[in-house]
Write a protein that binds this ligand. Structure first.
Ligand SMILES: [Zn+2]
Length: 175
């Protein structure tokens, strides 16, 4: 049974996730379940708080490269910012252009306990920033000005009420 993805405004999405102290069987199981939930939802990424687990773990699936990252940290950000369309599996069908650094370098541990460094200036960089934000209770809508955020959330709430029949059922930008 796949883990259920929590939807906005579930309060767990606003909480800070805890560092993972040791990679035991429970953590490895969580890694498998997180990947499964992301794949089923056809997302580019998913963070543990989105499945109700306040632990610092994310998974990403961009350009056929799958990563599970434990305690990921952004260690470098490029100077250049770029705008890109984002959505979120926890705020289905809501999308907005978000400005973020184009390039980031991230350090993390793999579920095998190995250190890994990812350096990217494309979609993966955006997904990594979006997912690491989830570990800190930050959502992509927080980057919008208030008017934009309110109109997006209004549309979101309406689409939640109307169910899954609404137009933008695009999973391509879902993070
Ligand atoms: Zn998200």
């Amino acid at each position: 049974m796949a883990l259920k993805i929590r939807k906005y405004p579930d309060p767990i999405l606003r909480r800070r996730a805890q560092e993972i102290k040791s990679i035991d069987a429970e953590i490895k199981k969580l890694a498998d379940e997180l990947v499964e939930a992301m794949v089923l939802a056809k997302g580019y990424g998913l963070a543990a708080p989105q499945v109700g687990v306040l632990k610092r773990m994310i998974t990403t699936d961009v350009n056929d490269n799958l990563y599970v990252l434990i305690n990921p940290e952004i260690v470098e950000r490029g100077d250049e910012n770029v705008e890109g369309l984002e959505g979120c599996l926890s705020i289905p069908r809501a999308e907005a252009e978000i400005i973020r650094p184009a390039r980031v370098k991230v350090r993390a541990l793999t579920p095998e306990g190995k250190e890994i460094a990812l350096d990217d200036n494309g979609l993966l960089a955006r997904v990594l920033q979006h997912e690491i934000d989830h570990l800190n209770g930050v959502l992509f809508i927080d980057y919008l000005n208030e008017a934009k955020r309110l109109s997006l959330l209004k549309e979101y709430e309406r689409s939640q009420r109307e169910g899954k029949t609404s137009k933008k059922a695009k999973a391509t930008a879902a993070l």
